[in-house]
Design a protein around this ligand. Sequence first.
Ligand code: TMP
Length: 219
Amino acid sequence: MTGLFISFEGTEGGGKSTQIQLLAKRLKELGRTVRLLREPGGTPIGEEIRHTLKHSEANHAMTAEAELLLMNASRAQLVREVIRPALAAGEIVLCDRFYDSTTAYQGYGRQLDLDSVRRVIDFAVGPTRPHLTLLLQVPVAVSEERRRIRNAQAGAGTAAEPQRDRMEEADRAFFERVEAGFQIIAAAEPQRVHAVDATRSVTEVSDNIWELVARLVTR
Ligand code: TMP
């Protein structure tokens, strides 16, 4: 059985983690082995890099260039340590973000040179590319509101990652550029990237995702 690599993308608050869990459940019911991963992170080295990028006390001064390279250092490790072996073993890899996040956040959001961003990504991933990318879209205002609620819960100590998150300290214009970047990516690669309207109910979104994935796994 051949492996399948699916990435989930989109701005914060689109319900990616919920949808990944629901898709994993459906795939396991078909008897498939499913590997759930997140970026940055997914390996011991990647999780340390994630901490540096998001939560470390020393990360205030991080440049956009360092951010780009750290995201891709985590990715280079994940691809070789986990994704390639998992695909070779016929597993289904579901990744919460992959290189489209770099194009959207570091390319369009931080406004780094897009060609340089592409070259760094190519070096990090080589030929390992998602077969399908699901772009969960919510308007920037909805994403902002969901982030606000999550941060309020984090303040109350109920969230999984209760620390300050440097990536969320950017202004609204940054997140608008990120969202526009994702739309450009989806338009450029319609075969691979499918936009999913994530303002609908959890069940509707999950059924929509299943329509897109089922044809790849029940071949
Ligand atoms: P999340 O796991 O809560 O989505 O946090 C990851 C953060 O890192 C999120 O703000 C998006 C950002 N990010 C990038 O800026 N570039 C990348 O390449 C990746 C994978 C994530």
